[in-house]
Design a protein around this ligand. Structure first.
Ligand code: DX5
Ligand code: ZN
Length: 216
C-alpha cells in the first residue's frame, strides 16, 4: 500500500498545526519535514524548534529530510525534538556509514537521500544500514518544481537491488509528485510519495490525497 507523505514546505506556516491535522485526517501516513540551511541548498526553512512544536499535534511519524551541511551536528537535536525518521543526503556526508549509525543510536529510523545527479551505486554499501532511501526527483531547495524523469530509472534500479540483496528498506520519492507522475514512481517500486504543492495547494487536502492514490 502506497503511503503519502505531505511536505509541510507548501503548508501555511501561520497555521501549521491545523494544516498538519488536516492532512492527517485526509489520509496522510507520514508528515514530511524539509529542513534547509541556506548552504547545502539555496533556501532556509525550519529547525528542531518547529519539529518540537508540531510533534504533539499529530500521531503520524515525522519524516525529517535534512538538506543541510554537517548533519552529524544536528541529528541529536532533531531526534530529541521528535523526529521518527531522519534522512541525510549522501552528498552531505563524508562518513555516511557513521552518520547513519549515529541516527540509529538515537532510536530514530535512518535514511539516505540521493540528489538527481547522484547514482544509486553511491549508496550500495550502506543499504544494509537504512530503513529508507529517498530518491530526489527535483534538485532540492524549493517546492513546486517539475518532476525529473531520470528518477524513475533510479527507483527501478534501487528496487531491483533491494530484491537482490533481500532487504526491506522503504523507497521514497520527493519532488514534483502529482497525479501525473505518481504512478511512474510506484510502478518503478516506490513505497512512499512525498507531495508538497500537489496536496497543500489544493483547498480539499483529503481529495488531493485521494486523487493521487486513485491515479496509481
Ligand atoms: C524539495 C523538498 C520537497 C518539496 C516537494 O527540496 O525536499 O520535499 O517540498 O515539493 P513538491 O511536491 O511541491 O515538489
Ligand atoms: Zn523533502
Amino acid at each position: 500500500m502506497t503511503k503519502i507523505a505531505p511536505s509541510i514546505l507548501s503548508a501555511d506556516f501561520a497555521k501549521l498545526g491545523e494544516e498538519i491535522q488536516d492532512v492527517e485526517k485526509g489520509g496522510a501516513e507520514y508528515i514530511h519535514v524539509d529542513v534547509m540551511d541556506g548552504h547545502f541548498v539555496p533556501n532556509i526553512t525550519i529547525g528542531p524548534l518547529i519539529v518540537e512544536a508540531i510533534k504533539p499535534v499529530t500521531s503520524l511519524p515525522l519524516d525529517v529530510h535534512l538538506m543541510i551541511e554537517n548533519p552529524d551536528q544536528y541529528i541529536d537535536a532533531f531526534a530529541k525534538a521528535g523526529a521518527d525518521i531522519i534522512t541525510v543526503h549522501q552528498e552531505a556526508c563524508t562518513h555516511l556509514h557513521r552518520t547513519l549509525q549515529q541516527i540509529k543510536s538515537t532510536g530514530v529510523k535512518a535514511g539516505v537521500v540521493l540528489n538527481p545527479a547522484t547514482p544509486v551505486m553511491m549508496i550500495k554499501d550502506v543499504l544494509t544500514e537504512v530503513d529508507m532511501v529517498l530518491i530526489m526527483s527535483v534538485n532540492p531547495g524549493f517546492g513546486g518544481q517539475s518532476f525529473i524523469q531520470g528518477a524513475v530509472e533510479k527507483i527501478k534500479e534501487l528496487n531491483e537491488l533491494r530484491e537482490t540483496l533481500n532487504l526491506s528498506f522503504e523507497i521514497e520519492v520527493d519532488g514534483g509528485v502529482n497525479v501525473e507522475t505518481a504512478k511512474l514512481c510506484t510502478d518503478a517500486g516506490a513505497d512512499v510519495l512525498v507531495a508538497g504543492s500537489a496536496v497543500f495547494n489544493k483547498s480539499d487536502r483529503k481529495q488531493a490525497i485521494q486523487d493521487i492514490i486513485n491515479s496509481l
